[in-house]
Design a protein around this ligand. Structure first.
Ligand SMILES: NC(=O)C1=CN([C@@H]2O[C@H](COP(=O)(O)OP(=O)(O)OC[C@H]3O[C@@H](n4cnc5c(N)ncnc54)[C@H](OP(=O)(O)O)[C@@H]3O)[C@@H](O)[C@H]2O)[C@@H](O)CC1
Ligand SMILES: Nc1ncnc2c1ncn2[C@@H]1O[C@H](COP(=O)(O)OP(=O)(O)O)[C@@H](O)[C@H]1O
Ligand SMILES: [K+]
Length: 511
């Protein structure tokens, strides 16, 4: 499913009205009716319900007037609150209808708002701002939103909770916390990214009669099973381990042996033919936890961290492999830096760079240039902090616009970027996928190492960087979601996400 920016939605709206000839009021009528239908479906008999509909000056408010008109037919207590009589042209049509129906319309001011604190509403409809919100919310608007959030009513937001930026999901000063949000045609980015996604409550997407043919060139989609290329997971009978890729995982140190184990275990559990773990001897001591299928290659180390000389002794071996995963638990050191630079200069193997590999990129401009020029497929898997280090910005800047950041990283290195977070973003610089699976039970050290293992193994099975990234992110979070069906967020462990890949693969393959 597509995810739109406000500009894209406006263009679609414009085409539907100017090229196809569907009047804006028809779309507004449809939008408002969809919201009414949802309320009716949820609550059934509305007769005794006390309902407040808050309408802004723009078309979001116009949708609110339509909802109010239908609600008037159902309930004896519908109060409509407006900020200004001077509303948009299409909204005016519906405001006039309400006036003709002698609806209870009140213009908000401080005094009226103070009185509202003593009233009790069962339902509030939020039609204050939609995709036209442009500035931070202040003054009376702010106070009304604070009032809505303080009330105990069930809140329906039209299109997007008022105050949420539809292009980023960020709160512009203050925003409504809705129980349910009904958005139109396709979700907007602010409906999908946090905190907007949380403020939406349950998100419903409704068709309001805009023909699909006016939609073109949308590059952002929700990552769903339909978007995955699962054909390559099919295994022909006449195959052998060499057909499924030989993976080299360069990971681990005395300090973080678990990271290498999680990454390599995830690799062998995700279907690669062979998995070689290149690690310092101190890191290989966790053999009780390591899958026996993993082949270990001890790298000479100093103080528990891999050395460049140690790596050089084994590099011919690594060169014969199909994919490299680099970074989990290596620690940040000059030796690690030298190894990655050496790989980027001398290898031509698809590579997945995570954790300390990303830190090398953040600290070393030569590594950045070499990565850009590296010809084989490359995938970076930063979380927000790692992304901010590479781009030399504050982590809050990444959080404000993760889509842009993922695109920037992808273009900077000509790579596939998996920007990890509560909503993981995947992009190859052109297409963007937003993952909506997964849960906060994954917010634990080691979850990222697991993802690196999965994506590396899938890349080794003949996938393109983008397809591997999509499939891996989906499987990783689906596995955690399946775990949540019988466990709690507190008890889900990254190692269990690996074990549970059994069921995630099965669901993805069998549907
Ligand atoms: N697109 C479609 O296909 C369809 C769209 N539809 C609906 O239309 C909605 C979009 O309507 P829209 O474009 O009129 O914008 P909307 O969200 O009502 O806000 C604009 C108003 O808010 C004001 N304003 C902005 N920021 C402010 C602030 N911080 N503080 C105070 N005021 C602020 C701004 O004022 P101004 O900046 O001009 O002073 C202007 O008056 C969309 O979300 C959906 O619900 C449906 O009808 C069906 C088809
Ligand atoms: N709240 C959340 N909802 C969904 N997924 C999450 C959440 N928190 C973390 N994750 C996922 O868990 C993983 C954490 O990765 P990362 O921060 O690199 O962990 P580590 O480096 O400790 O292994 C990422 O794939 C991320 O998308
Ligand atoms: K709204």
């Amino acid at each position: 499913m597509y995810v739109l920016t406000s500009e894209q939605m406006k263009q679609i709206d414009k085409k539907a009205t100017s090229e196809i000839g569907i009047p804006e009021v028809v779309l507004m009528e449809n939008a408002g009716f969809c919201v009414f239908e949802e309320i009716k479906r949820d609550l059934g008999d509305l007769k005794q319900k006390r309902i407040a509909v808050f309408c802004g000056k723009g078309n979001n408010g116009g949708d609110g007037f339509v909802v109010a008109r239908y609600l008037l037919e159902q309930s004896d207590n519908v109060q409509i609150f407006i900020f200004d009589e001077n509303v948009s042209a299409s909204s005016k049509v519906f405001l006039n209808i309400l006036k003709n129906l002698s609806a209870n319309i009140q213009v908000l001011n401080e005094e009226l708002l103070a009185r509202l604190y003593h009233e009790r509403f069962d339902i509030i409809v939020d039609g204050i701002f939609g995709i036209g919100l442009v500035r931070d919310v202040e003054g009376l608007y702010r106070k009304v939103i604070e009032y809505i959030n303080s009330s105990e009513a069930y809140v329906y937001s039209i299109d997007i909770p008022s105050g949420v930026c539809s292009d980023t999901g960020q709160i512009k000063g203050v925003a409504v916390k809705a129980n349910k949000t009904i958005t139109f045609m396709y979700p907007k980015i602010g409906n999908i990214l946090y905190p907007g996604a949380y403020l939406c409550g349950k998100l419903i997407v409704k068709d309001i009669g805009i023909p699909e043919k006016v939609v073109e060139k949308i590059s952002t989609k929700i990552l769903s099973r339909e978007e995955l290329n699962i054909e390559k997971l099919y295994r022909y009978p006449d195959t052998h381990k060499g057909d499924y890729g030989k993976v080299g995982v360069v990971a681990g140190s005395k300090f973080f042996p678990g990271a290498s184990v999680l990454c390599a275990n995830a690799c062998v559990k995700s279907g690669c033919g062979l998995c070689f773990l290149f690690s310092p001897i101190e890191s290989l001591s966790l053999h009780n936890f390591r899958n026996p299928e993993i082949i270990t290659v001890a790298i000479e180390s100093k103080d528990g961290v891999v050395t460049f000389e140690g790596f050089k002794q084994k590099e011919e071996f690594l060169k014969r492999l199909d994919v490299i995963a680099f970074g989990c638990g290596l620690t940040s050191s000059v030796e690690v830096e030298k190894i990655l630079i050496h790989i980027l200069k001398n290898f031509q193997i698809p590579i997945v760079i995570d954790a300390d590999g990303l830190n090398v990129l953040a600290n070393n401009k030569e590594a950045q240039t070499l990565l850009h020029e590296y010809k084989a497929p490359k995938i970076l898997t930063p979380h927000y902090k790692e992304a901010s280090r590479i781009l030399s910005c504050d982590v809050s800047e990444v959080a404000k616009n993760p889509l842009d950041v993922a695109l920037q990283l992808s273009k900077k290195f000509d790579c596939v970027c998996i920007l990890k977070g509560a909503r993981t973003i995947i992009t190859d610089g052109n297409n963007i996928y937003i993952n909506i699976l997964g849960n906060p039970g994954m917010a634990k050290g080691g979850s990222g190492d697991v993802l690196t293992g999965i994506v590396t193994a899938i890349l080794a099975q003949g996938y393109s960087g983008l397809d591997a990234a999509k499939l891996a992110v989906y499987l990783h979070s689906l596995s955690a979601d399946i775990l949540l069906e019988r466990k709690s967020m507190q008890t889900i462990l990254p190692s269990e996400i690996i074990e549970n890949l059994d069921f995630a693969f099965k669901r993805v393959i069998e549907g």
